[in-house]
Ligand binder design. Structure first.
Ligand code: ATP
Ligand code: MG
Length: 244
């Protein structure tokens, strides 16, 4: 019995017949010129790929932030400049403290800054935004499935951390130590941190209850003084404007 031919195998005579057929039908073609310089909106152009990365980062962003702040844009020039520094080099930005009275737009501006950074591409998207009371809740024993040390390391090491509403948590030795460990770790690693707060950065009356520096303690105050850019929002309560 004849050996079965392997599927797809072409013997030398079959190949010669195919080549002759191609010659007879004049099917040979010179390769045409290849477009080596794609336009901005074509794959291959760096701006096309940058835009694709930014769109991906923003789509992740939209699923990760509270609905109210999903489209937040920062309008404050100092906060825009801070975000641009962070986007260019995460280690250049330092800390950003946004303070001001209730409803002046601190959280909106903070999310706007994160969004501006996220829009530069997914390599800048590792971020956590959390209110201070929620963060301390997760750091307490039993507060998270992964354990409080794991949580603490995350807050200390994530590329970008927004700590919203510092000053609304109940002060205790526990909150002081946790804040110290996180802020100090970020300071040592040169990682940015955004803090929003109703507290004054330095209360001239020296009241610890309304003074961020007094509340965080002298060791953190010294680090903040060196590493923080403070922006004070002093407009009206925007929530009341919404209602009118
Ligand atoms: N630039 C803005 N454009 C549109 N809406 C804004 C803007 N800034 C703030 N808002 C809206 O105004 C309201 C108050 O803003 P936001 O929550 O940021 O204030 P806040 O200073 O963080 O207040 P709180 O001290 O109570 O935390 C929100 O509903 C927010 O969506
Ligand atoms: Mg707020």
């Amino acid at each position: 019995m004849a050996e079965p031919q392997a599927l797809g195998a072409i013997g030398p005579s079959a190949l010669a017949r195919i080549m002759a057929g191609i010659r007879d039908r004049n099917l040979t073609q010179e390769a045409g010129p290849v477009n080596q310089t794609p336009d901005e909106d074509e794959p291959g152009h760096p701006r096309y790929h940058h835009r694709a990365r930014a769109a991906f980062a923003l789509s992740r962003w939209n699923t990760a932030v509270p609905h109210r702040y999903a489209n937040a844009t920062t309008t404050h020039p100092d906060i825009q400049a801070w975000a641009d520094r962070a986007a260019a080099n995460i280690h250049d930005a330092g800390f950003l403290v946004i303070n001001g009275a209730i409803g002046t737009g601190k959280t909106h501006q903070a999310y706007g800054a994160l969004r501006r950074i996220a829009a530069t591409g997914p390599h800048r998207f590792e971020m956590i935004a959390v209110t201070a009371p929620d963060m301390y809740g997760r750091l307490r024993p039993g507060g998270s499935d992964k354990g409080s040390e794991h949580e603490l390391k995350q807050y200390a090491r994530i590329q970008l951390l927004l700590l919203d509403d510092i000053g609304t948590e109940k002060l205790s030795e526990f909150t002081e130590e946790a804040t110290y460990r996180i802020v100090n770790a970020r300071y040592n690693s040169g990682l940015p941190l955004i803090i929003t707060t109703n507290l004054l950065v330095r209360d001239p009356a020296g009241s610890r209850a309304s003074d961020l520096v007094g509340r965080l303690g002298d060791r953190l105050a010294s680090r903040l003084a060196q590493a923080a850019h403070v922006v004070t929002l002093d407009g009206p309560d925007l929530r009341r404007q919404d209602a009118s």
